[in-house]
Design a protein around this ligand. Structure first.
Ligand code: AMP
Length: 218
């Protein structure tokens, strides 16, 4: 299973990627998670990325492409991978194609998650995230047991800086301008599957499992 999860921020790609990765025992590569960890650890990568991320803008292509190339070279990726949040621009998609070709691999499927703008804003503004283990909750739809700490590791939950209203607007605009063209890009390559991501997590998971059934790892 070598798949890309495509869609605007807040459509539920990350949540579903965690579940599919666990079910199929494949690696999930989330560029957002890797970048947030780098920011937390104040590495050179993190220092370079932070300003872009806080504003809801994209980190430069050269930075994320290098990062994904490294990740795809790590052990574990031979069984398959889910790319969550990458590619986000046409140049990133082209580079991904080149990296995979050099490894004599190809993508099986690109799943495009669709959710209305209103629902996305609701999801993102109510999202609470664990800065330690990356688990996510929602103040109304999926609250943590205590309301303020992570069910998985106990850390205090935070509202991501880019889940504030202004940054959400920027992220949606950036998505429309720079990422949405990938829908056509992958449709032309006959790799695209559309997915209605508007229902409950379980419901979307059912539909997604069906879409990905042909690519099951034995
Ligand atoms: P995410 O968690 O996927 O919503 O990503 C959070 C932020 O990380 C984005 O708003 C960007 O600033 C940055 N980021 C994540 N993935 C990429 C990517 N493929 N290209 C550029 N920036 C990215």
């Amino acid at each position: 299973m070598r798949v890309v999860f495509l869609g605007a921020p807040g459509v539920g790609k990350g949540t579903q990627a965690d579940r599919i990765a666990a079910q199929h025992k494949v690696v999930k590569i989330s560029t957002g998670d890797v970048l947030r960890e780098a920011v937390r650890n104040q590495t050179a990568l993190g220092r370079e990325a932070k300003g872009f991320m806080d504003q809801g803008k994209l980190v430069p292509d050269s930075v994320v492409i290098g990062l994904v190339r490294d990740k795809l070279g790590e052990p574990g990726c031979e069984n398959g991978f889910i790319l969550d949040g990458f590619p986000r621009t046409v140049p990133q998609a082209e580079e991904l194609g080149k990296v995979l070709t050099s490894k004599q691999l190809k993508l099986d499927r690109v799943v495009n998650f669709q959710v209305s703008r209103e629902a996305i804003i609701n999801r993102l503004s109510g999202r609470r995230s664990c800065p330690k283990c990356q688990a996510t909750f929602h103040v109304n739809f999926a609250p943590s047991k205590t309301g303020s700490t992570c069910d998985r590791c106990g850390e205090t939950l935070v509202r991501r800086s880019d889940d504030q209203r202004g940054a959400i607007e920027t992220r949606l605009k950036v998505y429309e301008e720079q990422t949405a063209p990938l829908i056509q890009y992958y449709r032309e390559r006959k790799l695209l599957s559309e997915l209605d991501g508007s229902g409950a997590v379980e419901e979307v998971f059912e539909k997604l499992s069906h879409t990905l059934a042909p690519y099951k790892v034995a």
